[in-house]
Design a binder for this molecule. Structure first.
Ligand code: AP5
Length: 215
């Protein structure tokens, strides 16, 4: 099972990747999460990625492809995996195809999350993340039991640097320009499914589970 969750910032990819990982016992790989962790650790890669992410741009293809190729060598990927936020450009999609072919994996299933622009803004502006474990909350839809504190590990909840309005605007522009065209790439390969992701979380999870099982 190789799943690629595709869609604009804030559409719910991370939330549903966590659901799929738990449900199907496969690792969820978020390239955004990898770069945020590097950022937090203050590594040279993190320092470089931090600056790009805070402005809403994309980390360079060579760097992203290297990170992904390395991650896919880990044994937990042998039975499949779900990507959240990768690929985001044509060179990334082509590189992934090469890796899948070289390692004898089948074709991926690509799920395109469809959400209205108004709902995206609402979701992003309400998002808070645990500074320890990365658990995602939303003050409108899925608030923590105690304001500002993670239910799971008691970590402090913080907002992402790239959730500032100017960065969000740029992320949406970058998505339309560089990432959205990939839907055509996958449609032509017959592996693209559209998902109405504007519904509440549990409803989207049910629809996604059905879509994945039916393919
Ligand atoms: P990344 O972390 O991948 O960010 P993104 O794609 O912009 O997506 P988000 O994480 O903002 O949203 P999401 O779709 O995961 O939604 P979520 O589940 O959190 O990337 C960040 C940056 O890293 C990029 O901008 C780039 O700089 C760099 N990067 C990463 N990958 C890269 C790559 N491949 N190439 C180059 N650069 C790369 O949900 C959002 C909120 O809504 C949450 O609060 C959640 O609780 C809530 N919510 C979720 N579902 C629902 C629902 N159904 N109803 C109501 N609320 C919901």
């Amino acid at each position: 099972m190789i799943l690629l969750l595709f869609g604009p910032p804030g559409c719910g990819k991370g939330t549903q990747a966590a659901f799929l990982a738990e449900h199907f016992h496969i690792p969820a790989i978020s390239t955004g999460e990898v770069f945020r962790a590097e950022c937090k650790a203050g590594t040279p890669l993190g320092k470089m990625a931090c600056q790009i992410m805070a402005k809403g741009g994309l980390v360079g293809d060579d760097i992203v492809n290297g990170v992904v190729a390395n991650r896919l060598t880990r044994p937990d990927c042998a039975g499949g995996f779900v990507f959240d936020g990768f690929p985001r450009t044509l060179p990334q999609a082509e590189q992934l195809d090469k890796i899948l072919e070289a390692r004898g994996f089948g074709k991926p299933q690509v799920v395109d999350f469809c959400v209205s622009p108004e709902e995206l803004v609402k979701r992003i502006s309400g998002r808070w993340m645990c500074s320890v474990g990365g658990e995602i909350y939303n003050i409108h839809e899925a608030p923590p039991k105690v304001a500002g504190i993670c239910d799971r590990d008691g970590g402090k909840l913080v907002q992402r640097a790239d959730d500032r309005p100017e960065a969000v605007k740029e992320r949406l522009v970058v998505y339309e320009r560089q990432t959205k065209p990939l839907t055509e790439y996958y449609r032509r390969r017959g592996v693209l499914d559209l998902l109405d992701a504007g519904a509440p979380v549990e409803e989207v999870s049910r629809a996604l589970e059905k879509l994945v099982k039916c393919s």
